[in-house]
Ligand binder design. Structure first.
Ligand code: SIN
Length: 336
């Protein structure tokens, strides 16, 4: 429960949940390198964004202040449970999460599948620390708050705002390691654009999310462990066995259309006997992986459709909270 005392009664009440990242990073004045991510607290971050108080009443909460490579499943469960709880309050209108960009798309997809509200949930970050010349965080945060406060945003699931673009949590990917325009959804395009504080929507994801998703994390304090195996020429198939010993499911970042060597294929039979589902994704980053007579000859092998390896890992983990049945898991992948 958060006590809301609107400072400006006509404005929407938006909760910012801060987790750290470059957007909260500081370093040498003017420079974009050698900074520390997750250094500013949420109040300092918000106060650096001019006119943000004119578009919404903001209530900030610090969930963590870490580099997003240190985000854990505990952080995910905390975020999802908090949003699910606070969204029941009639006087809260939307949510913004500040996050490091390196793993932002993973948190976005997890929340897209586990948050149970139609109220807008928006994630953003920055490629340049707050102390850089032309830091990109303030505009990204300003536009995220504006998007979370917009009636047009209701029912879009968890969205990402970055560099004037609006993306779905399911399809968004980091596509550049250092430019400020670091995110897009490759062949699926964006949901829309932000121009200053005004959203313009053009697309909607038809995949189940938020209130239509079957996944319920309330009452869970951990998730089934799923690991990712990266295939390359002559990769040792025993990596699959090693991961299967430590996981309830394995995702393969395969070559091309989710492919791998005959040695790996043989190893998948051993995983089938151990009851371990294997999802075939691809290291390519675009395209679709569909059922294939050869690659999916063992019933534990499931194509990932258009999900990247880290996103397939999230869906497989959530699927395993519902069923261990290979064909049921396959149906979940074809639907989501
Ligand atoms: C991080 O992911 O926390 C560091 C990098 C970034 O935010 O751009």
């Amino acid at each position: 429960m958060i006590t809301i005392n609107p400072k400006k009664p006509g404005l929407k009440n938006i909760i910012i949940l801060a987790t750290g990242g470059t957007i909260a990073g500081t370093g040498e004045e003017g420079k974009t390198t050698n900074y520390q991510a997750g250094n500013l607290d949420i109040d300092t971050l918000v106060s650096s964004v001019s006119n943000i108080d004119k578009i919404a009443n903001i209530y900030g909460e610090q969930i963590a202040n870490v580099d997003s490579n240190d985000i854990t499943i505990d952080h995910w469960l905390t975020l999802a449970n908090k949003i699910n709880e606070l969204s029941k309050q009639d006087d809260i209108d939307g949510f913004v999460i500040t996050h490091g960009t390196d793993t932002l798309e993973e948190t976005a997809y997890f929340l897209d599948l586990t948050v149970k509200t139609n109220k807008p949930v928006v994630i953003t970050g920055a490629m340049r620390p707050s102390t850089a010349t032309s830091a990109d965080g303030p505009l990204n945060l300003y536009q995220s708050v504006a998007l979370a406060a917009s009636e047009l945003s209701i029912g879009h699931g968890c969205m990402v705002v970055f560099s004037d673009g609006i993306y779905s949590g399911r399809n968004v990917q980091k596509v550049n390691t250092f430019k400020t325009n670091a995110f897009n959804s490759i062949e699926f395009g964006c949901l829309g654009y932000m121009r200053d504080n005004v959203p313009y929507f053009f697309n909607k994801s038809i995949k189940p999310h938020t209130v239509d998703s079957q996944f319920d994390i309330s009452g869970l304090n951990k998730l089934p462990v799923v690991s990712i195996a990266y295939f390359n020429i002559d990769a040792d198939p025993l990596i699959l066995d090693y991961l299967a010993e430590r996981s309830e499911g394995v995702v393969i970042a395969g070559a091309g259309s989710g492919t791998f060597s005959s040695n790996w294929l043989n190893e998948i039979k051993n995983l089938e006997e151990k009851g371990i589902p294997v999802v075939r994704s691809s290291r390519i980053g675009s395209g679709i992986i569909l059922r294939d007579e050869t690659m999916d000859r063992y019933i534990n092998c499931i194509p990932s459709y258009t999900l990247s390896p880290p996103k397939a890992r999230i869906l497989l983990s959530l699927a395993l909270t519902k069923t261990k049945d290979f064909s049921e898991i396959g149906k979940i992948f074809s639907e989501y």
